[in-house]
Design a protein around this ligand. Structure first.
Ligand code: TRP
Length: 361
């Protein structure tokens, strides 16, 4: 069986470091591993509209931002098909059939949907389209026969629902769809990178994000204002690591090779942590190390972004070509779905003959 990746993001804002360690970095590694036969990365504008119906301009503006972020981190259109969800209408049709295989109660139990309903004050009135987005996500995944879906932990319920839909569909209509597997980030810091204020998650509305497109100056300023250990008042005081942002970010970003360059007094992050907890290591030094490491990561991304920004029409051309290619793949699956569901009337000779026979002997 072919190994196929599908993943994507809602274009509701620029991508930040949380996206980078949570999924973007991994996507580039997977892309370059040569282990996958096909890779699709989707800009989920239709899904973004499910909770931004009154603000389509926000979605429209962010499609290009997300595309630039993808290209700048090294997602390569020669290896990965980058496309816009709304330009593949086959996905919508699939969702319409899948909705018959899922109960309202099943979606109501989805913990991610539950949290989002609260966050968006949808409690009194949930848009029906928003309520159905987990089902539409199953279409996104199955349309491409994806075997592997690299996403953050919050997406696990969607992949679970997709697997249920696949099983129900195949059980009722015969084997047609492929059951996907989730691929989660490698460590806890990457699973949920806190915002610079120490809050649980980077989120635009909390203003605690470091964006991939931030300048070196902005990044340094944000790191310097990061939440650390409020009890660590003097350098000599023993410090605490729990909830300490610079150290969590170091967990997510640093490798052994970084230490000789950015913290030559230490062989490893563990040594640095030990010194901090013993006392005698100041937050400023930790932050300086982090700024150096982040810059090493972000500078090439920034440079690549600047290149792509010079020719925006070419970026739209990449998205157009990707969307056409994605559409062909989704159409093939939709044909198979039609055939399995026996709603392929005009290519079903047996049906036409059977009806002709019934009426004319
Ligand atoms: N829900 C994802 C997000 O919030 C975006 C998305 C839409 C997606 N369809 C998908 C991710 C299919 C993986 C697979 O960013």
């Amino acid at each position: 069986m072919e190994k196929i990746i599908l993943t994507g993001d809602r274009p509701t804002g620029k991508l930040h470091l949380g996206h980078f360690v949570g999924s973007l970095r991994r996507r580039v590694e997977l892309q370059n591993s040569g282990e996958f036969d096909k890779i699709y990365v989707m800009i989920a504008d239709a899904q973004a509209l499910t909770d931004n119906a009154d603000n389509p301009e926000k979605v429209r503006q962010n499609v290009i931002e997300v595309a630039l972020d993808y290209l700048s981190v090294g997602i390569d259109p020669a290896k990965t098909t980058i496309f816009i969800q709304s330009q593949v209408p086959e996905l919508t049709e699939l969702a319409f059939y899948y909705m018959n295989l899922v109960s309202v109660a099943r979606v109501q139990r989805n913990p991610t949907v539950k949290t989002e309903i609260k966050m968006r004050n949808f409690e009194s009135s949930i848009p029906l389209g928003f309520f159905c987005y987990p089902v539409s996500q199953a279409s996104d995944i199955t349309a491409f026969k994806a075997t592997t879906v690299p996403v953050g932990e919050d997406q696990a319920p969607m992949i679970e629902l997709t697997r249920e839909i696949v099983n129900r569909f195949n059980h009722i209509y015969g084997p047609t769809l492929v059951e996907p597997e989730i691929l989660l980030p490698e460590n806890a810091a990457c699973l949920r990178l806190p915002g610079t204020d120490g809050k649980a998650k980077m989120s635009k509305s909390l203003g605690n994000c470091i964006y991939l497109s931030d300048t070196a100056k902005e990044v340094a300023k944000k790191v310097k204002s990061m939440y650390t250990d409020p009890l660590h008042l003097n350098v000599s005081d023993p410090g605490h690591l729990e909830g300490n942002c610079p150290f969590i970010y170091l967990d997510a970003f640093s490798t052994a090779e970084h230490f000789p360059k950015y913290a030559p007094d230490y062989q490893s992050l563990q040594e640095m942590k030990d010194h901090y907890t013993r006392g005698g290591l100041g937050d400023g030094t930790v932050k300086k190390t982090l700024i150096g490491i982040l810059e090493e990561t972000l500078q090439p991304i920034r440079e690549r972004r600047a290149q792509f920004e010079k020719d925006i029409p070419a970026v739209y051309d990449i998205l157009k070509a990707g969307s056409e290619k994605a559409r062909e793949a989704a159409a093939r699956t939709l044909d198979e779905v039609h055939a399995a569901m026996k709603i392929n009337y005009f290519s079903d000779r047996a049906l036409i003959n059977e009806q002709a026979h019934k009426y004319n002997g």
